[in-house]
Design a protein around this ligand. Structure first.
Ligand code: PGA
Length: 250
């Protein structure tokens, strides 16, 4: 099974327009590789400028969230049609910071996922356990319930359009990374869950990214794992050299 590899940068609430354009241009000047998708997810304010900055290059652009309605009186929210109109191809859904600080639940993940699919945006759905959940042996249960809720009622044809990202909450922005073995173990668990919920073909075609303190120094080991299909990178995506260093490790 030849799954594509993706290296995605989640810029979170960083970068003004000038800074974002400079970083995007530097990433777009990096090498394009067969079978590799490079994705930048800037804040909403910078989306249009980043789309322009990478136009004609191999780099794709995504949003960090979307609302499930197409429009309405939802102050400060952004919808699927808006992301499409700015030229975004992807969208991150259910990042742990959304779950932790903004009340994201499995139900809202599922609603956002439906909106992304409805508007032809490629969703990246994030799951992951906290340190306390890992230490009390609940990692598999937590992931299974995030997957069951977030992907509830999805058809196989829809599921193959979804990329998953396993991001252990304890590894995000902490400098702690899951070891290659820990990450591979969870990715294999997620793939087995997909095989049981859908079938082997769906399980084998879905991309599953790892995220949590990925850097040039640890990327090669993680990306060598058989069930890890790329990286969702936060901190190290904010600097062109370190992000290109991760891409070079693929
Ligand atoms: P990090 O963030 O690379 O800074 O740990 C990853 C993420 O939150 O997607």
């Amino acid at each position: 099974m030849n799954r594509r590899i993706m290296v995605a940068g989640n810029w979170k609430m960083y970068k003004t327009i000038d800074q974002a354009v400079a970083l995007a241009k530097a990433v777009a000047a990096g090498p394009a590789r067969q079978g590799l998708d490079v994705l930048l997810c800037p804040n909403f304010v910078c989306l249009e400028a980043v789309v322009r900055a990478v136009a004609g290059s191999h780099v794709q652009v995504g949003g960090q969230n979307l609302h499930w309605q197409d429009e309405g009186a939802f102050t400060a929210e952004i919808s699927g049609p808006m992301l499409r109109s700015v030229g975004a191809s992807h969208v991150i859904i259910g990042h742990s910071e959304r779950r932790q600080f903004f009340g994201e639940t499995e139900k809202t993940v599922r609603l956002r996922l439906a909106a992304a699919l409805r508007h032809g945006l490629k969703p990246i759905v994030c799951v992951g356990e906290t340190q306390a959940e890992r230490e009390s042996g609940q990692t598999d249960d937590v992931l299974a319930s995030q997957l069951a809720g977030g992907l509830a009622g999805l058809s196989a044809a829809e599921m193959v359009k979804v990329t998953l990202a396993y991001e252990p909450v304890w590894a995000i922005g902490t400098g702690l990374t899951a070891s290659d073995e820990q990450a591979q173990q969870v990715h294999a668990f997620i793939r087995a869950w997909l095989a049981a919920r859908f079938d082997n073909q769906v399980a084998n075609s879905c991309g599953i990214l790892y995220g949590g303190s990925v850097k040039p120094a640890n990327a090669a080991g993680l990306l060598r794992q058989k069930d890890i299909d790329g990286a969702l990178v936060g901190g190290a995506s904010l600097d062109a050299d370190s992000f290109l260093g991760i891409i070079a490790a693929v």
